[in-house]
Design a protein around this ligand. Structure first.
Ligand code: SF4
Ligand code: SF4
Length: 228
């Protein structure tokens, strides 16, 4: 899933300066799961904005809607219809959803209410972890299902650096934010040992072709067999 967090209210208000009819549009899939941009968060943000605008002496018409997936064009038809009477749209989807919606509304500005962060998992209630960078050439088969590209701070492919301390990554230990991140290579080693697959570590990973990831510019997948 895509994980995001809501921008500060002041930043959102600033983006919406000068607009009196605003449609808030949520996405009920990834960003609903991470409690940032689903139907409930649309209602909460709409209430907060109404109050903020009222306190600023502004009369602003704020409408709300939500779709199952803002990044899929077929789901956007209802939003587009409702957006036609708005001066601006505030999307609570991830960056892909915001752009898909903007592509359907060439004459109406579409603003992001979220900061899109990463591809990750819900580890427990209120905790989301980054675990994939979409590198385009997945290595999980060699590393016991633990991603060295994402979960090793240096994206090392052939074992650990010399820095882990007490099982923790040296990079994270040096930061105030998020200090206790396990060394991914220690986790890979322990997992492969538990699976009886330590021999996989004897394979030397070849230099990675980063052009298959985002280093090669925007990517696309074209499946002729799936096209009309
Ligand atoms: S190796 Fe690449 S595709 Fe596989 S989980 Fe890591 S970043 Fe994602
Ligand atoms: S301590 Fe471990 S996770 Fe951190 S950079 Fe070194 S090998 Fe990677």
């Amino acid at each position: 899933m895509i994980v995001g967090t809501r921008k500060p209210l002041a930043e959102i208000q600033d983006m919406l300066k000068g607009f009196d009819r605003i449609l808030l549009s949520g996405c009920d899939t990834c960003v609903a799961e991470c409690v940032a941009g689903g139907r409930k968060e649309v209602a909460e943000l709409a209430a907060a904005l109404r109050m903020a605008f009222q306190m600023a002496g502004r009369e602003v018409d704020i409408r709300e809607n939500s779709v199952d997936r803002q990044c899929i064009h077929e789901f956007l038809l209802d939003v587009v219809e409702q957006a036609e009477s708005a001066q601006a749209v505030l999307s609570l989807a991830c960056g892909a959803g915001v752009q898909a919606l903007a592509a359907h509304l060439p004459e109406i500005p579409v603003f992001p209410a979220l900061n899109t962060l990463f591809i990750g998992e819900t580890a427990e209630r209120g905790l989301w972890l980054e675990n994939c960078r979409g590198c385009g050439d997945c290595l999980l088969g060699l590393t016991g299902g633990i991603c060295p590209v994402t979960r090793c701070a240096k994206s090392l492919l052939n074992g650990p650096c010399g820095g882990p301390k007490n099982g923790l990554c040296e990079i994270n230990l040096a930061r105030e934010f998020n200090p206790e991140v396990p060394c991914a290579w220690l986790q890979i080693y322990e997992r492969l040992m538990a699976l009886g697959q330590l021999d996989r570590l004897m394979q030397v990973a070849r230099p990675k072709d980063w052009s298959q990831g985002d280093a090669g510019g925007p990517r696309r997948v074209l499946r002729p067999d799936q096209r009309p």
